[in-house]
Design a protein around this ligand. Sequence first.
Ligand code: GNR
Ligand code: NI
Length: 167
Amino acid sequence: MALLPILHFPDPRLRTPARPVAEVTEEIRRLAADMFETMYHAPGIGLAATQVNVQQRVIVVDVSHDKDQPICLVNPEILGTEGEEEMEEGCLSVPGVFETVRRAEKIRVRYLSLDGEETMIDADGLLAVCIQHEIDHLDGRLFVDYLSTLKRDRIRRKLEKAHAEVL
Ligand code: GNR
Ligand code: NI
């Protein structure tokens, strides 16, 4: 297992759309294990392969209190949504920034499990928000894209400054 470095906004690599996984192989299972380790270490409740500079459609999530309900979704697809809700979001790729985003309240998602089995999950609450946030990453979208240009530019400048200081 390995901790993977996480890319930070406005890194252009976060804008690369991920390609579908052709087959769930040992390599994908190894990637998922490293992503879980990286997510729990951060700590975070979700992580998309895009954030660790892997352009494949793989996400990991665990919104449980005891961090004992890991779910890996390969090639996740939202089949349907219901309702709307707002939640304050953060992102490991946009450290220190928390803003309210409106998303679907309930979603039905089809994906491949790490056994390569086609699987369906109905999610609401934090899990629904997290899965939508992660699928956005796979499509090169970040939660700051839902904010005003003014807010996003302020966040970009703040993170660019923070990044310049560590170089
Ligand atoms: O750790 C995370 N917390 C979070 C809180 C509210 C909405 C979404 C998230 S996902 C985030 C981890 C992350 O950046 N995943 O891409
Ligand atoms: Ni994120």
